[in-house]
Design a protein around this ligand. Structure first.
Ligand SMILES: Cc1cc2nc3c(=O)[nH]c(=O)nc-3n(C[C@H](O)[C@H](O)[C@H](O)COP(=O)(O)OP(=O)(O)OC[C@H]3O[C@@H](n4cnc5c(N)ncnc54)[C@H](O)[C@@H]3O)c2cc1C
Length: 428
């Protein structure tokens, strides 16, 4: 049986494996996590709107009926392309074989947040890409209100109630909107010494507008919606420093300082380190975001048996966004090529079908561009809800999330406001 090894059970890898359902192949799916994570909703975990189990689904459960799939929890540490082997190392104390052989390899290792060479900022500015970091952010946000409640020094109290989100792409916009709702709508009656509605939520962006991948009219609407719910949008500001006491910003040559104990990072991403390893081994170019450049059929130069896809790659002639639909279409495409090859059929080059762009801002507020149609407000928000529910993995998760969202909409509540990890808040 032809052995296909898929690295990564994220959006791209999952679709590749699903599409190989009826193919005469033996698939091994390797991931360092035992679950598929629906990253577009991690910020809702970070703000207590959803619980982790509602946006993640065990990989074994997804493939329990797909008999040609083996799931292997292990971290991929390297490749031997000549021997057609993958090197593995154990994770979470679970033993893993040192290597695994393949006939076809599909690598979909995704990306991670990049702190633009300032890795020391990470300690003070958590991000929401993984479930683990979303839980750290949740604990930090909620701890900030607790700290402000007992703080007697007005300046320190203000620092606890100042929230800075760096990067005004969809994640930054969504995060800022959710924090504003949390402070103004959800918790304001629960504290006795502080009025959480006085919280400052600042969204800092280097470009001159938010949501730079959206048409200017929608980006302007999003900025207005953010201001309406209490977010201060600070564009044309470059972050030059983040420490335990706040953020330093360059505003056209002028240095500004924001005193805050709560900074969330939602700026640039860089490809998984698997991309640079594949680049080194094949001579494929890497771009500035560390993405490896692949051929039009998503294979690595000189290695038609190795596919790479999703957030970690760049196509030669197309600048595709780092979004889930790209990874999903590429995952399905790679599987189609494998199936066609087994039937000695050709496959035309990969072509992305852009279905649109969505970002939510808060209650009944979103912007959407779907097939050239520009939507905002309630209609865009409903579109956002339907699309996210549709793509969420697992019927039970869909049902629970729809119930939670309905409850939250009606009651302004958030049921998962739990401080579960030591957020190690900066000393004040
Ligand atoms: C906070 C946030 C919000 C987002 N919101 C949206 C949105 O609203 N709409 C949208 O379309 N896109 C959104 N995106 C982008 C979208 O999530 C990504 O484009 C998509 O996940 C890319 O899919 P992928 O398969 O390339 O990687 P991923 O989905 O990230 O999957 C990578 C997988 O590889 C595994 N892995 C990585 N390295 C190794 C290794 N060495 N060994 C073993 N396993 C490994 C990881 O555990 C993971 O399961 C968002 C991203 C983030 C971070």
């Amino acid at each position: 049986m032809h052995r296909v090894v898929v690295v990564g059970g994220g959006f791209g890898g999952l679709q590749a494996v699903l599409k190989l359902r009826r193919a005469p192949v033996a698939v091994t799916l390797v991931d360092r996590r035992n679950f598929h994570l629906f990253q577009p909703l991690t910020y809702q975990v970070a703000t207590g709107a959803l619980s982790p189990g509602e946006i993640a689904y065990p990989l074994r459960a997804i493939f329990k009926r797909q008999q040609n799939v083996h799931v292997l929890m292990a971290e991929v540490s390297g490749f031997d392309l000549a021997a057609r082997e993958l090197h593995l190392r154990p994770v979470a104390g679970v033993p893993a074989p040192p290597s695994i052989a393949y006939d076809t390899l599909i690598v979909a290792g995704g990306s991670k947040y990049s702190y633009f060479g300032h890795d020391n900022w990470r300690e003070h500015a958590a991000e929401v890409k993984s479930l683990e970091s979303a839980l750290v952010v949740r604990s930090r946000l909620l701890s900030a209100f607790e700290a402000a409640e007992v703080e007697t020094d007005p300046e320190q109290r203000a620092a606890w109630l100042t929230f800075v989100v760096v990067g005004a792409g969809p994640t930054g916009v969504e995060m800022a909107g959710q924090i504003a709702e949390l402070a103004r709508d959800t918790v304001h009656r629960e504290f006795r010494s502080i009025d959480t509605r006085t919280s400052r939520i600042l969204l800092v962006e280097a470009a001159d507008h938010v949501l730079t991948t959206f048409p200017p009219s929608l980006s302007a609407r999003a900025a207005r919606s953010l201001e309406r719910i209490g977010v201060t949008v600070l564009t044309q500001r470059t972050v030059t420093g983040i420490d335990a006491e706040g953020v330093t910003i360059d505003a056209g040559g002028k240095t500004e300082r924001i005193v805050s104990h709560n900074v969330i990072w939602a700026a640039g991403v860089t490809a998984s380190s698997l991309a640079s390893r594949l680049g080194e081994l094949t001579g494929a170019e890497l771009d500035r975001a560390g993405r490896v450049t692949v051929e039009p059929d998503l294979t690595l130069p000189g290695h038609p048996e190795v596919f790479a896809l999703g957030d970690m790659i760049r196509l030669h002639d197309a600048a595709l966004p780092g979004v889930a639909p790209v990874a999903m279409q590429q995952g399905r495409y790679a599987a189609t090529v494998v199936r066609n090859r087994l039937r000695s059929r050709e496959t035309p080059p990969f072509r992305y079908r852009d279905k649109g762009n969505l970002a939510t801002i808060g209650r009944a507020a979103a912007v959407a561009e779907v097939k050239g149609l520009r939507l905002h407000g309630f209609l865009a928000w409903i579109t956002w809800l339907v699309v996210h529910l549709y793509y969420l993995v697992g019927f039970q998760n869909r049902l629970v999330v729809i119930i939670r969202w309905t409850f939250s909409f009606l009651t302004h509540g958030r049921s998962a406001r739990l401080i579960t990890v030591d957020p190690a808040p900066p000393a004040s």
